[in-house]
Design a protein around this ligand. Structure first.
Ligand SMILES: Cc1cc2nc3c(=O)[nH]c(=O)nc-3n(C[C@H](O)[C@H](O)[C@H](O)COP(=O)(O)OP(=O)(O)OC[C@H]3O[C@@H](n4cnc5c(N)ncnc54)[C@H](O)[C@@H]3O)c2cc1C
Length: 325
């Protein structure tokens, strides 16, 4: 049966995050020939609506309100609930991002719907939409179907391929007014710990450092390699605990979960809690001077050696290859 599916477009620094386009692609599958309706929340967001349409939405609803300038659970959930009430979608897809993780259970509880969180893929079999999600820190996968309410899921960034952008696609963009009241929190200011750069959860390439980098300066060669590959730098908790880098870079069970195309682990032993956050990376390269390090057991390619020798060599080689290409 064709469905009407709502998709939350997530905006950061005035641009749509890639996960929004991935969510549209997922919503197209769920819609099964029905309508995909993009939703943009913010203070001034209408200029981004066409991009969501070019990536596969049929139309877009914009909700512009000063209280939506930055994410707060109260304001976002009030706005989304009013849109759901007006549109009555049969599905709702959003990214499993900090916002998605926070707002989706609230919405699900209010509309009394099931929710599949952190889905990495989906398939439509007859009338059922079957989502696959990792469990037990990525050691197993389960398949889930929402039985009560709407087909509601948050999708893990970097797992569902967005549709190709079609600049000739057009669709209606309508604005909707919502009433936002009784806010319990107000964002006064956002202070960024890291200066811009590529978002770890959306990066296609991650060069991650562990306690083996030995100091804050030890991250410099990793940053150079990441720059050459157009990637981001991440870290193990060991490196964060040792104060070599900020906790915002931590990958793992209690850090960020990432699924880049290429993950280069430098001086990381491969503790289960770290592996939980990166084991679904498409290609894993491990550089470690200990041939017995656990990380080699999950790596596609392993280099036994001193990272301070190997990483600069890799950077130089890749510079040549990339320039020649
Ligand atoms: C509840 C809980 C939650 C946790 N959550 C996380 C989490 O989210 N993320 C996380 O990462 N950890 C997490 N941990 C910690 C985890 O158990 C490990 O302690 C941590 O991952 C170890 O970090 P590491 O691999 O950098 O350090 P180590 O285990 O000390 O490994 C350092 C590695 O560097 C290698 N090395 C040293 N020098 C060099 C060199 N010059 N060249 C090449 N290799 C070198 C060594 O051979 C070694 O393998 C958690 C722990 C607990 C208990």
């Amino acid at each position: 049966m064709a469905k009407k599916v709502l998709v939350l477009g997530e905006i950061r620094d005035g641009e749509l995050r890639n996960v929004s386009f991935e969510a549209v692609a997922a919503a197209r599958l769920v819609a099964n020939g029905g309508e995909v309706v993009g939703l943009l929340l913010g203070e001034s967001v209408s200029s981004l609506a066409n991009e969501l349409i070019q990536y596969g939405a049929d139309r877009v609803i914009t909700v512009e309100n000063a209280d939506l300038k930055a994410y707060t659970p109260d304001a976002y959930s009030q706005a989304i609930l009013q849109v759901i009430d007006a549109e009555k979608p049969e599905g709702f897809i959003l990214g499993h991002t900090a916002i998605g993780k926070d707002v989706s259970p609230r919405i699900a509880a209010k509309i009394k719907s099931g929710l599949v969180s952190d889905a990495v893929s989906l398939e439509v079999v007859g009338e059922e939409v079957i989502f696959t999600r990792p469990i037990y820190s990525g050691k197993a996968f389960e398949k889930k179907v929402v039985q009560d309410g709407i087909v509601f899921a948050s999708i893990r960034p970097n797992n569902i391929t967005p549709l190709e952008k079609d600049e000739s696609r057009t669709g209606d963009v309508t604005s909707m007014d919502v009433e936002i009241k009784d806010l319990r929190t107000i964002i006064k200011d956002i202070v960024r710990k890291t200066a811009g750069g590529i978002d770890l959860s959306e990066a296609k390439v991650i060069v991650a450092g562990g306690r083996g980098v030995k100091s804050e300066d030890g991250f410099k060669p990793l940053q150079e390699l990441a720059d050459v590959l157009g990637g981001a730098v991440g870290a193990s908790r060991g490196a964060c605990d040792a104060e070599y880098c900020d906790y915002s870079l931590q990958i793992g069970q209690t850090g960020k979960v990432v699924t880049p195309d290429l993950y280069i682990a430098c001086g990381i032993s491969g503790a289960i809690q770290h592996v939980a956050g990166m084991s679904n990376s498409k290609v894993i390269v491990a550089i470690n001077k200990d041939p017995e390090a656990t990380i080699f057991s999950i790596a596609d390619y392993g280099i036994v050696g001193d990272l301070f020798e190997v990483v600069p060599l890799l950077t130089e080689e890749l510079k040549n290859v990339i320039v020649k290409a």
